[in-house]
Ligand binder design. Structure first.
Ligand code: NAD
Length: 446
């Protein structure tokens, strides 16, 4: 009885709070994604996929091929050399080994995965594939060249997907064998743990192609969100202003630790400086270039990133970036970073936690509202779930648009007003000025 009483008291404490209401919303938004037609008419037909080819066996290619093989879809990885393929195969095995260690897979699963996963240096093996996913280096010229070379090799009805993080699907489709059967299929790193797949429609992508890729993503246990094409798509487009603001804050005098702490206190799984070092400063730099060129009216350049990349400071993968890895492989402050910062320093002042939080999350929120206003995704819950599943935006806040509803658009507009001198990237969007409520029926209590 006493136990039940305690349970009742604790349950009453959490029931009806804003956090519980947000988490319930996340549950329903996730369910809604499972039934989502994703801009598709009822007439769209998903085709049967019996085998998949993956071009590139790097970090992403190996993860994508493994994700299919694990879930019963035979896949073949192609790369430029045997050494690359051996690395890819090693990564594939590490995924299953990791799962065996935590009791989620058996040696039998490893064997089955390996019978379904093959490798080759010849693209001719793609001649049987229903779907080919391109996951080679993030370089538009290289990717287009590869599509041209696939023209004579792919089956006439095969679907070609790109795992590009930022490059326009509509533009690259022109180099593809069939623009109507070319689509973005954007996985997140690490593929075995990240549930989200952005499915990006180019201007000419047909409905059956989108329906096939949505069904394939679900079949391998992922959550697809269908969106229209734009630089950075949904998640990277909204993430990059936040990552960029972190670098600007650093240049203005905030410490790396304080910036990261502001983000983790807000609920992010890690801070933006740590995240940059983890994904690689080269990746952050090149993705940043694509996105900031496209949204030049509000993207403030951060040339320090380019300097760090030129100097070979690529983040954890090269041993140093903003921080350096110590002998135990843990990031720590690096005195050799100081000259880079001094060269680009714009100020040297103190920041409160509130200011750091606003500077990081308000530009992210504004970009999220623009994605919705432009119809890149159809509904508010696509934005919130995309960020929760794609970058670990704190679920207890219900997503970035739920956060806006919780704070209130008027309060957000007031907070933006404090940063008006920073220009367009802090200018309220139509959603904010019109005091839009993104989830009108969501109850927020407490
Ligand atoms: N790393 C991430 O966090 C991440 C996340 C999502 C999407 N992406 C995107 O995925 C793609 C691959 O990124 P990655 O991190 O796996 O890169 P990576 O450098 O780890 O792997 C790229 C692989 O492609 C191979 N390659 C290059 N040109 C080739 C060609 N013409 N034919 C066959 N193989 C070729 C390389 O040998 C290499 O093994 C990029 O478009 C990137 O933007 C990366």
């Amino acid at each position: 009885d006493e136990g039940l009483k305690i349970e009742q008291e604790v349950a009453l404490e959490v029931t009806g709070t804003r956090i519980s209401s947000n988490l319930i919303s996340v549950f329903f938004m996730n369910n809604a994604l499972g039934r989502d037609p994703g801009f598709l008419p009822a007439t769209a037909n998903a085709r049967d996929v019996k085998s998949v080819g993956v071009l590139g066996s790097g970090l992403m290619g190996a993860g994508i091929a493994t994700a299919h093989a694990r879930r019963g879809v035979p896949s073949v990885m192609v790369d430029v050399g045997q050494d690359r393929l051996a690395d890819g195969l090693k990564r594939a095995c590490q995924v299953i080994e990791g799962r065996i260690k935590i009791g989620r897979a058996t040696p039998q699963d490893m064997q089955e995965m390996l019978t379904r996963l093959s490798t080759s240096t010849s693209r001719a093996v793609f001649s049987d594939a229903d779907v080919v996913v391109e996951a080679i280096t993030e370089n538009e010229t290289l990717k287009k060249l590869a599509y041209g070379e696939l023209k004579s090799l792919l089956r006439d009805d095969a679907i070609l997907c790109s795992n590009t993080s930022t490059i326009s699907i509509t533009r690259m489709a022109e180099a593809a064998p069939h623009p109507e059967r070319f689509v973005g299929m954007h996985f997140f790193y690490p593929v075995d743990r990240m549930e989200l797949v952005e499915v990006i429609r180019g201007a000419k992508t047909d409905d059956d192609t989108v329906a096939t890729i949505v069904a394939l993503a679900k079949r391998i246990g992922k959550t697809p969100i269908v969106m229209q094409d734009c630089p950075g798509f949904l998640v990277n487009r909204v993430l990059l202003p936040y990552m960029n603001e972190a670098v600007l804050l650093l240049q203005e005098g905030a410490s790396m630790d304080d910036i990261d702490k502001a983000a983790t206190k807000f609920g992010m799984p890690m801070g933006p400086i740590t995240l940059s070092d983890l994904v690689g400063l080269d990746t952050a730099y090149y993705a940043g270039q694509v996105v900031s060129t496209a949204y030049a009216d509000r993207a403030k350049p951060t040339p320090i990133l380019g300097d760090l990349v030129k100097a070979g400071r690529l983040g954890n993968k090269s041993g140093s970036g903003f921080r350096k890895l110590n002998k135990k492989g843990k990031p720590e402050a690096d005195p050799d970073f100081a000259p880079f910062l001094e060269k680009h320093r714009t100020d040297n002042r103190q920041f409160s936690l509130d200011e750091l939080t606003d500077r990081l999350f308000l530009p992210m929120l504004l970009e999220a509202t623009r994605v919705l206003e432009e119809g890149i995704v159809a509904e508010s819950h696509h934005v919130d779930m995309g960020l929760i599943l794609g970058i670990g935006f704190p679920p207890f806040r219900g997503g970035i648009l739920h956060w806006c509803d919780t704070e209130g658009a008027s309060a957000i507009a007031d907070r933006l007003g404090k940063y008006a001198s920073l220009g367009k990237r802090f200018e309220p969007t139509e959603s904010i000025t019109s005091k839009r409520v993104f989830f009108p029926r969501a109850k927020t209590v407490g």
